[in-house]
Structure formats: structure tokens, C-alpha cells
Design a protein around this ligand. Sequence first.
Ligand SMILES: NC(=O)c1ccc[n+]([C@@H]2O[C@H](COP(=O)([O-])OP(=O)(O)OC[C@H]3O[C@@H](n4cnc5c(N)ncnc54)[C@H](O)[C@@H]3O)[C@@H](O)[C@H]2O)c1
Length: 261
Amino acid sequence: MGGRLEGKVAMVTGAGQGIGRGIALSLAQEGAHVVVNDIVWDTAQATAEEVKRLGRQSLAVQADVSQSTQVSELVDRASEEFDAVHILINNAGIAVPAFITELSEETWDRTLRINLKSMFLCSKAVAPLMMEQGYGKIVNLSSKSGKKGGLWLTAYCASKFGVIGFTQSLALDLAPYGINVNAICPGTVYTPLWDNVLKDAYARKLNIDPEEVRDYYSSKIPLGREVTMQEIGNVVVFLCSDESSYMTGQAINITGGQEMT
Ligand SMILES: NC(=O)c1ccc[n+]([C@@H]2O[C@H](COP(=O)([O-])OP(=O)(O)OC[C@H]3O[C@@H](n4cnc5c(N)ncnc54)[C@H](O)[C@@H]3O)[C@@H](O)[C@H]2O)c1
């Protein structure tokens, strides 16, 4: 059951559902043991069970990764259980679309705290372990909205542009220690985030029916179809493997060409 990440220990934030869950399973398929974090306990545990069914070890840890004390506990639990963390996937995030005059200060702060500050806290807590090992891979979830502004997305885009600046600077800090830091920029991915939040908000901003939103966005993808979770996992596995050993500070689009339209 060998894989490109055999024996490595990965920590994935926000891995109870959606992209984080998909990445956790892709890493496990390649041999990694996975610390599954989410703010929601039930979903974290469910993903951890799926990782175990793939034959890997897994630990579910409920934590709000935007809170420093909870991040310290998360990393302590991981290092007690596995003695090492080789891979960190900073995935947890939210999107709350709103026209600028309707965007509350609380939503702005929460978006920046969960999407950006969490990456600082988790990376800062894991970096000493990786530096000691002289080895580490960090992958941060930016977005197509990390490179191009979007209607009703001031807070979200500010956070995701910030992720790219954070990624480049962290890559420079950690390069001397053999640690690669990269970001991925997915386009539209139909996760629970879409079903629960974005579908209705985008219907309002586009003035179309919620049921038409998915087709509207899919029709803008040059490759002509939606991305699969496996395709996102493939890029993340590559960035976590030694095949990408000479890449650091990059922000890789996974959009089916959508960012050019
Ligand atoms: N879905 C897309 O189209 C898309 C595109 C580009 C980038 N992204 C990014 O990918 C990441 C995952 O998005 P998704 O679509 O899977 O979203 P999702 O809402 O389906 O899943 C996000 C998960 O993060 C968890 N979470 C939220 N706040 C948390 C916190 N403070 N601490 C710990 N866990 C927390 C949630 O409980 C949830 O399980 C986000 O950073 C998002 O911005 C998504």
C-alpha cells in the first residue's frame, strides 16, 4: 500500500467537509496519517473515520483555528499522538458575500480572522516542529478570488489576496529550513459552502434563480466542466510530495482556465 506520502503526518484544518475533507482523503490515499481538524466535532470525526478506512492513522481534533489557545492545543495533541507534523494544509475558511454598505464590521473581522489569521497561527505553531525536522510542506487555500476581485467579495478577496502575500513571505522565512510553502487557487468548487451560502447570495447579486447559479458559473469554465475533488487533491499531493521540491512561494491556479475569462 505504498504511496508518495508514505509515513508522513499531515494536519488539515477545516477537514470535516468540502475541500478539506477531499484533501485529507487524497493525502491518506498516498500514505499519510492525518490529523483532521474542524470547528464541528461530528464532521471532523467522520472524516477521521474515512481516513482510517483507507488504512491510515487519524486523529480528529475539534478546534477553532482562528483562536491561538485552541491552535496550541491542536498542535500539542498532534505532536503527542504522532511525534511529528510533516504537512500542514491551511484550509479552513468562510465566505459571506455582501455589497460593501451591507457588509458588517463583524463579518469583515470574522472573515479575516478565519481565512487569514488562522494561517498565521497554525503555521507559527507548526513551524518549530518542521524546522527541527528540517522538512515540511505547507499548502494554503487561497482562491481564484486571491488574484482577481469579485462583486460582493471585498472581505473574502482581501483575505485570499492576503493568503498569497502570506504564502510568499512565509516561504522566504522557512526556505533555509527545507520547508516548502505554496498556495492553491481553486475556481468554483461545489462544496457545502456553495450549497449553504454562495448559491443564494450569488443568485441575489446576479438577479437569477438560485437553481441557475451553478450552470451560470460552470458555463464560464473553458475546460467545460466542474473540477473534481480528486483533481484538487492531485495538486495538493504534488505540492506535499518531493516531486515539487524546487517549488516554494507559488500560488497555483486550479480553475479549468476560468481566471482567464
Ligand atoms: N468552494 C469553492 O468554490 C472554493 C474555491 C476556492 C477556495 N475555496 C477555499 O477552500 C477552503 C474550503 O472551502 P469549502 O468550499 O470546502 O468550504 P466548506 O464550508 O464546505 O468547508 C469549510 C470547513 O471549514 C470549517 N471551519 C470553518 N471555520 C473554522 C474554524 N474557525 N476552525 C476550524 N474549522 C473551521 C467548517 O466547519 C467546514 O467544515 C476555504 O478556505 C475556501 O475559501 C473554496
